[in-house]
Design a protein around this ligand. Sequence first.
Ligand code: NAP
Length: 485
Amino acid sequence: MSDVAPHFFTAIIGSGFAGLGMAVRLKQTGVEDFVVFERANEVGGTWRDNTYPGCACDVESHLYSFSFAPHPRWSRMWSPQPEIFDYLKQCARRFNVLPKMLFNHRVEKASWNETLKKWEIVTSKGNFTATFLISATGALSEPATPDIPGLNQFRGTVFHSAKWNHEHRLEGESVAVIGTGASAGQFVPVIQPLVDKLYLFQRTPPWVLPHNNRRLSEREQALYSRFPLLLRLQRLRIYLTRELFGIGFRRPRRIRWLQKFALSYLQRKIQDPVLRKKLTPNYNIGCKRILLSRTYLPSLTQPNVEVVTNSIDSIGEDFIRTSDGEKRFVKTLILATGFQLSKIHLADDLSGKGGQTLAQSWRGSPQAYLGTTVAGFPNLFLLFGPNTGLGHSSVVLMAESQIEYILGAIRFMQKRAATTLEVRSPAQLSFVKGIDAKMQGTIWNTGCASWYLDRTGRNSVIWPGSVGAFRRKLKRFKSDHYFIG
Ligand code: NAP
């Protein structure tokens, strides 16, 4: 890479919740020499990209927001995507980090230069170098396309839920939806009244719980604006309630009551025994993400809906054939098949010491010290890295813990006038061993086979403790776990 490539002290990849939060906190702590590479032309990450009808967050907005930017004006307890996207854009403006963003710069490759002690970054719009590299590409950035024979022969309209085709009208059409995860759970009730026929191809039924997504009245919003303490107490209440739920996920016997409740809810909403049987999960609640919805189950009882549980055998020009040989003819196919979660974005394109990529170092099972730093990859930090996902609370809290940890590390380096840090392998190994031990017996490892498990069978997605425990672990940057140069 040429010597004239612009150099930054810190480079961040991605401007979703994590990257944006990192940028704001860097600026607030007086670090001005940084840049954010964003492949799109706007901040927002998953909340910019996912625009499907009914898209909303399944964690209460008062908790699913930055602690440094409380927002008294959420319209609902669980706010819809446009509001979350607006919130992120507002934060970018309010904290004046937009001038730090290089939009339409897709990072294609980044390599650690051991001689020059810096990261060499190749983007779609030119080359750069940086002392520290912070990857904030998010777990939900790469849509997963199912490997179904004939999918690319389909002649109708096909799109993924994360890339919703708003130009295409669904009214009066025959539509197939593949997948019944959190995304389908939100858009199926919205599109069902529009379409002529809806075939919902379900591989595994989700557990569904009703939630009271009440509107926050003007008076309530005004109170939160006037008395920020009330807003903080509300956030604390939600945080503590969710931490209590987390205990249940770690000790499955403690949430059997929740499963009984979900079962009785299913029985109340679905009268038809055949449909009810199809929709009854055969795994423990909490193992996969629970669907929070009052409209999902009722929408499936409508006469224009068929829940198809036979596996998909193949797709033709205008039909989907299931294993029993039956063909369903459709005009539009919506893939609600989720994201490539255990494949951390850019893992094949980030190379550390000796040219080894993250993917090569992980061999199918992502691992990082505190979910943040990786042995062999000096001066690299991962936001939402391995084992930082949550099944019970807001991941924004996890990102914020990581952000403060990284700031601590940078402060330490500046004080020491040091230039490189690299986590020691034994520290990383012992951290990962601790996680694996803690994961034993949790609902995520025993309840079912889920996408939390990577191709080696290890759970490299979920943090198996409380959010509080994660925050405590990352509270202080401990330099003795690192080689400092
Ligand atoms: P998801 O939860 O991974 O669900 C994907 C669905 O597609 C599952 O039902 C899966 O079945 C099915 N599927 C995948 N490949 C298939 C195939 N080849 N044939 C048939 N079915 C197939 O995806 P998602 O609903 O998009 O959600 C992804 C992530 O986003 C989750 O972590 C979710 O919690 C998160 N999300 C969050 C919110 C929020 O409110 N915060 C909103 C939307 C999404 P199996 O279950 O059998 O694998």
